[in-house]
Design a binder for this molecule. Structure first.
Ligand code: HH2
Length: 261
């Protein structure tokens, strides 16, 4: 899953793809580099970020979704917590809703996803982007995150979303300390045991920076190491900025692991 942030302020690629032309060029490059999914977002959810109104998200993402729908072999994912944004993006041809609030932020989003019959990514977050890195606390981070996602999965099934359409994401960096992120990576088999595909976003994240003391642009190698570990522990979908390098690295992991003969 290649990241396409049509935002001025994302933590690593903010301002790079915030015109439609730049976003479309980036989408084409990621498709050529091997992305299967493009995750299009108009709201940064980095720590401390304020919410972006639905009208502004729509202004940012809709030209990109409309230009790409039917014109790419990639699935299109809309990264939003807003039912209004998801509804319009899905009506224009997007295939997946990626919600960092696991459909808790907007009470209408579950019925929108069910009505469109599309894929849904449920991600765990403690708090909101504005508050989440202020002293995150868990009884046991792996138990708590798995229990939360199991409960959100049940709510989605109750809302009429097909079980085969749901992926689960532990939400690395969303209300977690460095140690809590590491525990979640080690505990991925517990999440995979819920039976849904596991998606994980590690690309350039600050816990990597804390471990190798590098700025976001220089965290590729650290991210590839973490992603190889995550795949061997049961992750299926990697949300990344660096598609080409990730595809090469994971090809080697798959060959060594015997899943690509
Ligand atoms: N991380 C970010 C945004 N959306 N969605 C899922 N499912 N999982 C993630 O880990 C995840 C996500 C944050 O990264 P990024 O989009 O690069 O930055 P920003 O939120 O500043 O736009």
């Amino acid at each position: 899953m290649g990241i396409l942030n049509v935002t001025p302020d994302s933590f690593s690629d903010g301002g790079r793809h915030d015109s439609s032309d730049a976003a479309l060029a980036r989408a084409r490059t990621m498709e050529e580099e091997g992305a299967s999914i493009l995750d299009i977002g108009g709201e940064s959810t980095r720590p401390g970020a304020a919410p972006v109104p639905a009208e502004e998200q729509l202004r940012r993402v809709m030209p990109v979704v409309q230009a790409l729908a039917g014109q790419t072999s990639c699935l299109l994912s809309i990264d939003t917590r807003s039912a209004a944004v998801a509804d319009q993006a899905l009506a224009a041809g997007a295939h997946i809703v990626n919600d960092v609030s696991a459909l808790t932020h907007d009470p209408d989003l579950a019925s929108v996803a069910a009505a469109h019959g599309v894929g849904v990514v449920l991600m765990h977050m403690q708090g909101t982007p504005e508050t989440m890195q202020r002293e995150p606390r868990y009884r046991d981070v792996v138990d708590d995150v798995v229990a939360y996602l199991e409960e959100r999965l049940a709510v989605c099934l109750g809302a009429g979303i097909d079980s085969g359409h749901i992926a689960l994401d532990p939400g690395v960096g969303f209300g977690k300390t460095v140690e809590q992120n590491l525990a979640l990576l080690r505990g991925l088999p517990r999440l995979a045991a819920l039976g849904c595909p596991v998606l994980i976003g590690l690309s350039r994240k600050s816990f990597l920076g804390a471990l190798v003391a590098r700025e976001p642009e220089a965290r590729l190698a650290a991210g590839l190491g973490a992603q190889a570990f995550a795949v061997l522990r049961g992750a299926h979908i990697l949300r990344v900025h660096d598609v080409k390098e990730t595809c090469d690295a994971m090809r080697i992991v798959d060959i060594l692991d015997g899943t690509d003969s």
